[in-house]
Design a protein around this ligand. Structure first.
Ligand SMILES: Cc1cc2nc3c(=O)[nH]c(=O)nc-3n(C[C@H](O)[C@H](O)[C@H](O)COP(=O)(O)OP(=O)(O)OC[C@H]3O[C@@H](n4cnc5c(N)ncnc54)[C@H](O)[C@@H]3O)c2cc1C
Length: 289
């Protein structure tokens, strides 16, 4: 939204294409506070921050195509788009790739056992809890102690569920200090360090996990009905990966925000997007295109 608004403010004709039915990417599901302390000098929730960005976006005159997925960005500067209205092609001069990150899932680790229901990435769990209001389970193990895992753990406790433990392979808890204070310490969430999950049990629903302690090699079985994985993020650029060479992406393709690298704080995503949008818009105006 920031890049689109920046370019449109310089007079460019901008189309924002997003597969979701709403604007804001990950923000609407992040109903906790902690957004905007840098950029807006306010402590906002994700939806509040998203609304501010949307206001600027709509005021800029940029257009928005929702529920539309870009399946491929071609070397002839055509985006192939699929949407409920059908398939179509969009010809462009410059493309900002603001496709965010995808989450590593459990099966990116060496895990044995069945593939039962009850295993979610932290982002999936957050979306189901906060936007879908689904009951994702009651006795939960969380694998990984980064920021997203901690925020989801706190939400699970607030909504009355039992977080049996957060499990971490390192000898220290991950994430930012403010999350360690405001989530793990404030909500007394148990953490098991130097351990990992090596096996899942149960079918069709998860019934337990095998925990392996990395220093001693000992194993224990922990009964649980839900496993949430918070194993890290990978920039999502798959629509454009075929364009990548050793020199990187072509000069007209601009990865931005989490698609460029993982940003802990949304304020820096906004700043980067705005700057990029204005730069691209000014260059187009100078060319008269
Ligand atoms: C749980 C969690 C907690 C966080 N807490 C904080 C916090 O307290 N404070 C803070 O400042 N920051 C926080 N962040 C970080 C911040 O939210 C992100 O850095 C920022 O929102 C990323 O923005 P983005 O636009 O790069 O990506 P995203 O918000 O992920 O947006 C990418 C969009 O692209 C869409 N998309 C992807 N591929 C395609 C495609 N091929 N076609 C069409 N659409 C596509 C996606 O559906 C999505 O809508 C948190 C993040 C998470 C996940």
């Amino acid at each position: 939204m920031a890049a689109a608004a920046g370019a449109a403010a310089e007079g460019s004709n901008v189309l924002l294409v997003d597969e979701r039915p709403y604007l804001g990417g990950i923000l609407p599901q992040c109903i906790h506070n902690g957004f905007g302390r840098g950029f807006y000098k306010e402590d906002l929730t994700g939806p509040e921050y998203s609304r501010k960005e949307a206001e600027r976006f709509f005021a800029s005159g940029a257009s928005w195509l929702s529920r539309a997925r870009v399946t491929k960005i071609r070397p002839d500067r055509i985006a192939e788009i699929i949407s409920p209205e059908g398939l179509f092609h969009c010809l462009f001069e410059q493309c900002v790739l603001a496709t965010g990150c995808r989450e590593k899932n459990l099966y990116s680790l060496e895990i044995s056992g069945s593939r039962p229901t009850g295993i979610y990435t932290a982002g999936e769990a957050q979306e189901m809890l906060n936007l879908g209001h689904y009951d994702i389970g009651n006795h939960i193990v969380i694998l990984g102690t980064g920021d997203i895992g901690q925020i989801v753990a706190r939400r699970l406790v607030i909504t009355g569920r039992t977080v049996i433990a957060m499990v971490e392979k390192n000898d220290h808890i991950g994430g930012m200090k403010r999350n360690r204070d405001e989530c793990i310490a404030a909500y007394h969430i148990p953490v098991i360090l130097r351990a990992t999950v090596t096996k899942v049990h149960g079918y069709p629903r998860l019934e337990a996990v095998t925990l392996q302690h990395l220093d001693t090699g000992t194993r224990e079985i922990i009964r649980c009905d839900t496993l949430v994985t918070a194993l890290g993020l990978i920039p999502e650029t798959s629509a454009a990966d075929s364009l990548k060479t050793e020199a990187g992406f072509p000069g007209w393709l601009h990865p931005c925000g989490n698609a460029a690298h993982v940003h802990e704080i949304v304020d820096s995503v906004t700043l980067e997007g705005l700057r990029l949008g204005h730069t691209l818009g000014k260059a187009a105006a100078a060319k008269g295109s």
